[in-house]
Design a protein around this ligand. Structure first.
Ligand code: SAH
Ligand code: SF4
Length: 470
């Protein structure tokens, strides 16, 4: 699995920016502002990648829209983790037939993890002729060049060569989440959990250099960002490919040392690699939130082994206990897959027991979805969809009850929150506590980006409700 590090240098990015300048002249001819719609599916890494797509598009002179009928370019950044996400993408790509008919010169691009799978690229090639450009995650850095080629030629462009991935520093980025920012520290995954497609589509683990991560964090703080999430499929592997001079705990301390008032979060941590050194760093870094997203996936040892997770339920529970010793106020969240091939009802009961024992603040629960090319996809899977759904519903009931109980225990407390945007309810704002709990509060939009004290007055399964303390 030796990975040959591939770095896309500043001169290569500069060449892409030169393409952006040429395309700007093309798209803004006659003084108009062209519009782009960028639609993102899936995880935070994809959100972060879409910011790079938008960065390039902004350099080409594009403004942004949510209306596909107004868009000159549509970019759909896809997810491959579950079939459901792929079905939604295909449905929405198909629906673009209407806007393309009304506006035949519209350029439709599909990128991201889904198209990195050869069978999906083929499907787009043969069944979705409205799509002009398809490119995988490893080609993102050269989106301008691919777009120029799409415009120049009569042929559709497919750039989805298999590969281990690269690191591209210095590409433009249009952030849209202020006061929150994503900061990728590494890309790819080497874990090959038997159900998961990520290692096949995102390539091998590769870490950005610590100095590049810190420089980006510094510039985010200088630009007024208040909540920085360090991203990676398994941040605990950070640095291994760099010769391990700096591991993730060291990196956390380096970012924490940047002056200014801001919060640091990170995701995702793999339980097998969550070290005591990391937990100590979390506890000691005053800017680091005491929130650990520690996906357990299942509570039964046979299932965990078949999943290739590299830990037992007991080892997982030990990590949780250790983390809570370092951080008694720890907020713990997790991911769980229900209906892994061969999982029996009795094995699933072990998951329920573990969930009760840990008492998660929030859980993300998924029905197993077979992924082409993964080991689990060829395992016998006798349980029916209905039986799996029944277990899923049982898990959800337990998860919701525990979350509601945890949330109720906040009522009456006064906590500092960062107001991060308007909430869907008119006149209400959305905010987060230091440890990541969602709090809705009444207030004006002038509070967005500020740290304020809030008294918690109510709660439900998903959120807290509070009032500003004057
Ligand atoms: N790297 C992260 C997240 C990977 S994908 C991690 O390891 O935690 C996010 C979640 O999707 C996983 O934690 C898992 O619970 C779920 N998932 C991944 N593959 C899946 C599949 N084939 N079917 C159902 N859920 C899946
Ligand atoms: Fe997928 Fe496992 Fe890697 Fe997470 S750690 S991305 S679940 S293979």
């Amino acid at each position: 699995m030796a990975y040959q590090r591939v770095e896309i240098g500043p001169e290569q990015i500069a060449a892409q920016e030169a393409v952006c300048a040429r395309l700007r002249a093309h798209f803004t001819a006659e003084g108009k502002t062209p519009l782009a719609l960028v639609d993102t599916y899936g995880c935070q890494q994809n959100e972060s990648d879409s910011e790079r797509v938008r960065g390039y598009l902004a350099e080409m002179g594009f403004g942004f829209t949510q209306d596909e009928f107004a868009a000159d370019i549509v970019v759909i950044n896809t997810c491959a983790v579950r079939e459901h996400a792929e079905m939604r993408v295909l449905g929405n790509v198909g629906a673009l037939g209407h806007s393309k008919k009304a506006k035949p010169e519209q350029i439709i691009c599909v990128c991201g993890c889904m198209v990195q799978q050869p069978h999906m690229a083929d499907k787009l090639k043969h069944s979705y002729p409205i799509v002009n450009l398809v490119f995988g995650p490893h080609e993102l850095w050269r989106f301008p060049e691919l777009l120029e080629r799409t415009l120049a030629g009569k042929k559709r462009v497919f750039a989805v060569t298999p590969g281990d991935g690269n690191i591209a520093e210095g590409a433009p980025r249009q952030r849209d989440g202020w006061p929150k920012a994503w900061l990728s520290v590494m890309y790819g995954c080497n874990n090959f959990c038997s159900y998961c497609v990520v290692p096949y589509v995102r390539g091998r683990e590769r870490s950005r250099r610590p100095e590049d991560v810190v420089a980006e964090a510094r510039s985010l703080v200088a630009a007024g960002y208040k909540d920085i999430t360090l991203l990676g499929q398994n941040v605990n592997s950070y640095g291994k490919d760099l010769g391990a001079q700096t591991d993730f705990a060291d990196l956390l301390r380096m970012v924490n040392a940047i002056p200014g008032k801001f919060r640091i979060r990170f995701m995702t941590s793999h339980p097998k690699d969550a070290t005591e050194k990391l937990l100590r760093a979390m506890a000691e870094c005053e800017k680091c939130t005491h929130h650990l997203h520690l996906p357990v996936q299942a509570g039964n040892d046979r299932v965990l082994r078949e999943m290739n997770r590299g830990y037992t339920a007991a080892q997982y529970l030990e990590k949780v206990a250790l983390a809570r010793r370092y951080m008694p106020d720890l907020v713990l969240t997790t991911d769980i897959i229900v209906g892994f091939p061969g999982e029996t009802d009795a094995e699933f009961d072990d998951t329920l027991r573990l969930v009760e024992q840990v008492g998660y603040d929030a859980m993300f629960t998924f029905l197993y979805s077979p992924r082409v090319g993964t080991r689990a996809a060829s395992m016998p899977d006798p349980m029916t969809r209905q039986e799996k759904q029944r277990n899923f519903d049982r898990l959800l009931e337990v998860a919701n009850r525990i979350s509601a109980e945890k949330h109720a225990s906040y009522v009456g407390r006064t906590l500092e929150v960062l107001v991060d945007g308007p909430s869907r309810e008119a006149g209400m704002l959305s905010s987060r506590t230091m440890n990541g709990r969602l709090v809705h509060l009444p207030g004006g939009e002038d509070l967005i980006g500020q740290f304020v004290d809030v008294k918690i007055t109510g709660s439900n399964t998903w959120a807290l409700r509070g009032e500003l303390v004057k």
